[in-house]
Design a protein around this ligand. Structure first.
Ligand code: GLN
Ligand code: ZN
Length: 744
């Protein structure tokens, strides 16, 4: 077996299948419709399909163990034996223990699910403590290597590296266990070597974020130890999502054979490489093709960059910047896209071809690569929007002082102390989804669809009146998704038919593509909100998704600064706010659940991001009169570095998740001087449990102790779309009654 790395590779490939076969297979298994054997067979077909695709394309080096039944971080936890006792003791089969960790069972809640760096993929957080007993379990990695080998394909198994694994874990000082864990990796490497594996890929993306000197030293120690092993495959340490900084020299000082650098999200990696003392004997795997966005690569520019790496390093290979997990599978499946857009796109399959072409170009110093595409068609430009952007002044992002606004709003709304409300959505019932499917299939016409949705709005309004809520919502029955819904109505966005990307487990999303200037041809939500308002004398809250969240959950254009795209979206939302206001809607909520997730990994870049993110929100919401009340909603309570930005949003009311953290966030908000309305969630809607009256009252009493009652709102943690009506009714009844009691 050759031990050269190969001139082209990818760090990973989508595992869901071109038609979300993985979703169907695991969901059928969960529902008891197929057994473990059938699940294994179906997914073996998916894995084989990926390897054959990569081989037939001519890729130089092919990864394996990038498949997962649910999540690759969970797979790594299993590979090192880090199964928390609470799951091990359930006595389930290996597969069912795995799914219990991923999804929870009656007796045990699942591992925590959280964002994978600055992507929209979520991983399961390993629980590691001083008592965790690690044990090598290379069965899955070996199995994939053998499956591929049976097809005649030699592969490079991929695992999350030991340092990143511990940095992603929670528990009592997980990183203190690094040396123990490294010994387990040593055992895994030994077993792989015996099986004839030539290369292993260990992913260390955690080093693209700020790290302490101790953490960087841990990286050096880990790979020095693994590098010193005599019987081991060659080591490829892959990093991605940004710049390595001081971790690069640390890694270069170890005996690993190959290091992967993201040159798309981390252009500064090149300078760091140039400054390195010695690259002798190392293969540098240059991440030149963006694995995190869907645009075709400018091959000439990428090859030039690859050429510069080649001047520095002994060996160069070309790769994607990160795993292709974050892009859809194949552009060829899209038949409905504007051809002028389609020719600019590359999904995973197309990116493989780019990597191969670039690998050859860098090796053979080929210069005659295809020219970059001409600038975007003029039709995607909107001069009116551009002129508006150019003419913006700071006043456009500034409302009157809060005291005056609060007084005007109170006079208009006449709300009681501790007003009750919800976050927007009511249950998305099977009937609502069926109606949407029927509309798409053509068996229900637009008028019939609108009629059904209106019936639902009426139902939701009547229910809220009966329950006695103070600020009502229309329930969002017409929304498939809080970003897609707006993307479908705005110019500059395109939707795909099959562009699915894994979000977590079997959940996939189809992010819209922002390709041109954003404009709003017509009002988007006004009819729904005004219909709801026409049914009640209580105030109805209009419901919009904020600019940062719309960008975060879309594929964004890269031919202009993100800040400009955010402002274009903000202008569309500003017009929508004004139209809602003119139609008599007194309260408007602009959701920004993604504000924190797109925070850059490096502190140095965070201020710039937060400035434009806050600026865009304020641009969207500052066009209304003093007596229109602006709410925002954030889906988490660990604000950390974004807490001052949340204050800077200047919303009249901020609703946040708080029930799990027992209202601790209120003290944090008070500490930074937040002085406007706040609605800490008093009901954890992520669980099907109905909170009791006393629980809600107790949460409210804690809240009243931390925030003056006149600024406090009473609401659930998040929208109710994933809940059923039975729980929603019972829970809201407790919520309203508890608010009344605490008011008294
Ligand atoms: N208004 C949205 C809803 O209630 C908010 C959801 C979210 O922030 N994730 O569903
Ligand atoms: Zn939420």
């Amino acid at each position: 077996m050759s031990t050269a790395f190969g001139q082209s590779t990818v760090l990973g490939y989508p595992r869901i299948g071109g038609n979300r076969e993985l979703k169907q297979a695991v969901e059928a298994y969960w529902a008891g419709k197929v057994d473990a054997g059938a699940l294994a067979r179906t997914t073996a077909g998916l894995r084989a399909g990926v390897w054959q695709t990569l081989r037939d394309a001519g890729l130089g080096a092919i990864p394996s163990n990038t498949f997962s039944y649910y999540d690759h971080v969970l797979d790594t936890a299993v590979a090192v034996g880090a199964i928390p006792a609470r799951f091990a003791r359930l006595g389930l089969s290996e597969l069912d223990t795995y799914f219990a960790m991923a999804r929870g069972v009656d007796a045990e809640p699942a591992l925590e699910l959280t964002k994978w760096f600055d992507t929209n993929y979520h991983y399961l957080v390993p629980e590691i403590g001083p008592d965790t007993v690690f044990a090598a379990n290379p069965v899955k990695a070996l199995g994939e290597v053998a499956e591929a080998s049976a097809l005649g394909i030699a592969t490079r198994p991929v695992l999350v590296g030991p340092a990143t694994f511990l940095l992603l874990a929670k528990g009592e000082d997980p990183f203190a266990r690094l040396d123990d864990l490294v010994e387990v990796y040593a055992q895994i490497l030994a077993v792989l070597a015996v099986s004839g594996v030539a290369w292993v890929q260990l992913d260390e993306p955690a080093y693209a974020a700020d790290r302490t000197p101790e953490e960087i030293d841990g990286l050096r120690r880990a790979y020095t130890r693994l590098g010193e092993l005599t019987d081991r495959p060659k080591l490829f340490v892959a990093t991605y999502f940004g710049e390595l900084g001081d971790a690069l020299p640390a890694l270069l000082a170890t005996p690993v054979e190959a290091i992967g650098l993201d040159l798309v999200a981390g252009p500064g990696n090149l300078d760091r490489l140039a400054a390195a003392r010695s690259l002798a004997g190392k293969t540098i795997v240059a991440g030149l093709v963006d694995g995190h966005n869907i645009w075709r690569t400018d091959l000439r520019a990428a090859a030039a960059l690859g050429g510069r790496v080649a001047e520095l390093a002994d060996h160069v290979a070309v790769s994607t910047s990160c795993s292709l997990l974050h892009v859809p599978v194949d552009l060829a499946a899209e038949t409905g896209l504007d051809p002028r857009l389609a020719e600019r796109l590359a999904f995973a399959r197309q990116k493989v071809d780019e990597v191969i072409l670039l690998g050859r170009a860098v090796r053979d110093r080929i210069a005659d690569l295809p020219a970059p595409l001409p600038p975007a068609p003029a039709a995607w430009r909107n001069d009116q929007v551009r002129a508006r952007l150019a003419g913006l002044t700071p006043q456009d992002r500034q409302r009157t002082g809060y005291a005056a606004r609060a007084a005007a709003q109170q006079q208009r709304l006449g709300l009681p102390e501790l007003p009750t409300t919800t976050i927007g959505s009511f249950p998305q019932t099977a009937e609502l989804r069926q109606a949407r499917a029927a509309l798409r299939a053509g068996s229900l016409d637009q008028a019939g669809y609108v009629e059904r949705m209106r019936a639902e709005v009426e139902h939701v309004i009547r229910l809220q009146e009966e329950l006695g809520l103070d600020v009502l919502v229309h329930g969002e029955p017409e929304r498939n998704d809080m970003v897609q819904y707006f993307g479908e109505q705005l110019d500059g966005f395109a939707a795909t038919e099959h562009g699915w990307v894994q979000s977590y487990g079997s959940r996939c999303v189809r992010p819209p593509i922002i390709h041109g200037d954003v404009a709003r041809p017509r009002p988007m939500t006004v009819e729904w909100s005004t219909y709801a308002q026409s049914l009640t004398a209580k105030p109805v809250k209009g419901m919009l998704t904020g600019p940062v969240t719309i960008l975060a959950w879309s594929f964004v254009r890269t031919d202009q600064p993100l800040a400009d795209t955010a402002d274009q979206v903000a202008l569309a939302l500003r017009d929508e706010c004004r139209d809602l206001e003119a139609a008599g809607i007194p309260v408007i909520q602009v959701d920004e659940p993604a504000l924190r997730e797109t925070l850059p990994l490096r502190t140095a870049a965070q201020k710039v991001y937060l400035d434009w993110a806050v600026g865009a929100f304020r641009l969207a919401t500052s066009g209304v009169a003093d007596d229109t009340q602006i709410h925002t909603h954030l889906c988490y309570s660990e604000f950390g570095e974004v807490i001052t930005a949340i204050d800077a949003l200047d919303a009249d009311v901020t609703s946040i998740e708080a029930s799990r953290s027992k209202m601790e966030i209120l003290a944090d908000l008070a500490a930074i001087g937040y002085s406007r309305g706040v609605g800490p969630g008093v009901w954890d809607i992520h669980s099907p449990r109905v909170p009791s009256h006393d629980e809600v009252a107790e949460a409210l009493r804690r809240a009243v102790a931390a925030v003056p009652a006149r600024r406090l709102w009473v609401n659930p943690d998040c929208g109710l779309k994933t809940r059923g009506y039975t729980e929603v009714e019972a829970s809201l009844r407790h919520l309203v009654a508890a608010a009344a009691e605490v008011r008294g």
